[in-house]
Design a protein around this ligand. Sequence first.
Ligand code: G3P
Ligand code: CA
Length: 264
Amino acid sequence: MATPLVFAHRGSSAALPEHTLAAYLRALDEGADGLECDVRLTRDGHLVCVHDRRLDRTSNGRGRVSAHTLAELDALDFGSWHQGEPGDDLGDVPADPDRTRLLTLDRLLQAVRDAGRPVQLLIETKHPSRYGSTVERRLIAMLRQHGLADPKPDDPVRVTVMSFSPLAVRLIRGLAPKLPTVLLLEVAPRWPRMTRLPFGAQIAGPGISLVRARPRLIRALRDTGHPVYVWTVNEPADLDLVLEAGVDGIITDRPALVLDRLGR
Ligand code: G3P
Ligand code: CA
């Protein structure tokens, strides 16, 4: 089996504050094949790279991301909460704006295009409840602006859209049929006969807790002919588990650790 692709989850997010440009650039330096990013909408309709619905955990702001304008979010510190890994010497890096500033999707796409080497970007939209299809529509419009919505075989930058929501996966298929999609899975699928992934998804994305509970699930999913990307694989024992099962992609907060284990 081919060596799995290594994706940096929210950037090199064990080492540096998640979803910051510094965390993504570190992951590229470390040799990750790709990057994972969650996107949300600001009050004034910009796509920003933030995981939580609220600002409280990863910034010095309070309240919902969607209740703030881009300008308000841009004034916040998204980096100082992060303590690094035990033994890290933070030195003067907190002064680095790439480490503390909100990252827009636009800026991340630019950085990936500037990387000068092949990069796969996994973009996750969260459940499309509050905004209907707005996040997905804005996302595809932005990918079109960057020339990334209609991939060609030799494009260095390739985007895949991920969601836990079948609705979002179906929507993306309709809006940009050539973009690959990942259907994320937190619980074992209950499709009666697993022949193909539903909703037009090309890739299966089970979480590591699910894989630990159902190790044979990876084989069952791969037997449907779809690649399998597992998230979020940070511990050596979990890495052994997914490598033994045979996966196509590993999504991790620690890309350097995974690359080292793969001998890359
Ligand atoms: O890569 C998929 C994974 O990121 C899904 O979970 O909560 O980290 O967005 P979460
Ligand atoms: Ca995510």
